[in-house]
Design a protein around this ligand. Structure first.
Ligand code: NAD
Length: 398
């Protein structure tokens, strides 16, 4: 089996796949569609980051490709509908940079509370501005977290360890960690806290959820952070709140329109404001996160290749069938319609093949069944399984 890893995926990925007996070819850059199709002939596993588009022509034109690993968080660069229709598994690393975002949020809260931005700027300008005025410890201060998911809840634990009192609001029922207190509305949260940080997801309904009304409702001289999604906040309103002094400081890592490439020009109504930390969407960008992404996604590709495991796949039904302990394993992705399992087992029975173990899962339009048999499957059996009317993809795992 062969894997192609593009875009400087972390070297750990090569180590993991090679150790599993998979031949790995690496390339530093992204490939365009024609180059990709050419490079993927004979390749079963593809690893990319955000700059390689994997669209229908590549998915349909590379019959050996069984899985795509996005060594990043998002999967927008992959045509998921076609991958699903083809039974091509897609994996990503949704949680590898959680800790990195949390640490940046903590750093920002402390930096804003101590007005490190102003002190730093003054000293670089040659001014010795030694003063305690407007500078605070975070111990005992009230932190409000909007969105108590992976990042919000981990931040909750670490903020408490630093002595903050944590309040949170989430649209879902979320279990409070430590001594954190759940608020039943955003307004209830805004009424109490002195620093507010957004960690909501990118669903369309979250566009503009934080605007003039919400800034006005914040307690005077509060701190504001957004490390979630740019389109969630009205930054003109944040600018007004910072200029008037109602908001004492802000840290923003995400913007509605972000430059595509490193070195590109950047504009925002927040540029040049006092006690405002602007970072270029680097919340999750650490070497540790990159390493974790390399380990996580390579592990997913390996486990799918060797065992048929689809745990945390973006698009296939979830199965974890374990090691192949029997003569042969066959993984069958099919349309999720009644009777497919019966047809599959009928073919096996007709060829006098005994089933040792079998697991099935379904998800949306797809079903996925992994069958271990007590004897190897001949070409005739595989031919019959492959031509069942609802077969999407058939893969033999030795
Ligand atoms: N700055 C970065 O570099 C960086 C890195 C990673 C993730 N992120 C972003 O951080 C955000 C959080 O990531 P996560 O992994 O914790 O996501 P998550 O899906 O685990 O958590 C999001 C939480 O927000 C809640 N939520 C959604 N809409 C809400 C609303 N309007 N009000 C209150 N709660 C709401 C959800 O119920 C969920 O609990 C995402 O938008 C993600 O894209 C940014």
């Amino acid at each position: 089996m062969k894997a192609l890893l593009l875009e400087n995926v972390h070297p750990l990925a090569t180590e993991i796949l090679t150790a599993a007996g998979i031949e790995v070819e690496t390339r530093t850059g992204a490939l365009d569609e024609a180059e990709l199709i050419d490079a993927l002939q004979g390749v079963s596993l593809l690893g990319i980051r955000s700059k390689t588009d994997v669209r229908a022509p590549a998915l349909l034109g590379c019959p050996d490709l069984v899985a795509v690993g996005a060594f990043c968080i998002g999967t927008n660069q992959i045509d998921l509908a076609t991958a699903t229709a083809q039974g091509t598994a897609v994996f990503n690393a949704p949680y590898s940079n959680t800790r990195s975002v949390v640490e940046l949020a903590v750093a920002n809260i402390i930096a804003l509370a101590r007005r490190l931005t102003d002190r730093n700027a003054a000293l670089h300008a040659g001014v010795w501005d030694k003063s305690a005025s407007g500078s605070h410890e975070i111990r005992g201060r009230k932190l409000g977290i909007v969105g108590y998911g992976n990042i919000g809840s981990q931040l909750s634990v670490i903020a408490e360890m630093l002595g903050m009192q944590v309040f949170y609001y989430d649209t879902e029922e979320k279990l409070a960690l430590g001594n954190a207190r759940r608020c039943s509305s955003l307004d209830e949260l805004l009424d109490q806290v002195e620093a507010l940080t957004l960690h909501v997801d990118g669903r369309a309904g979250n566009a503009g959820i934080f605007g003039p009304e919400q800034f006005a409702r914040m307690r005077p001289r509060s701190l504001f952070l957004n490390l979630s999604r740019g389109f969630v906040v009205d930054y003109e309103a944040l600018r007004d709140a910072l200029v008037s002094g109602h908001v004492a400081g802000a840290a923003v890592d995400v913007f509605p329109h972000e430059p595509r490439n490193r070195g590109d020009a950047f504009t925002s109504p927040l540029v040049g404001l006092p006690n405002t930390i602007l970072t270029p969407h680097v919340g999750g960008s650490t070497e540790e996160a990159q390493e974790d992404i390399g380990r996580f996604v390579a592990g997913k590709l390996r486990d799918y290749a060797l065992h048929g495991t689809t745990t945390l796949s973006v698009n296939l039904p979830t199965l974890a069938p374990g090691d192949v302990a029997h003569a042969q394993r066959v993984a069958h992705v099919h349309h999720n319609t009644p009777g497919v399992l019966a047809q599959l087992n009928h073919v096996l029975a007709e060829h006098d093949i005994n089933v040792d173990a079998q697991v099935l899962a379904t998800r949306g339009s797809l079903g996925y069944v992994v069958t271990d048999t007590d004897s190897p499957l001949s070409g005739a059996v595989l031919g019959d399984l492959g031509t069942l009317p609802d077969t999407v993809r058939l893969r033999v795992i030795d």
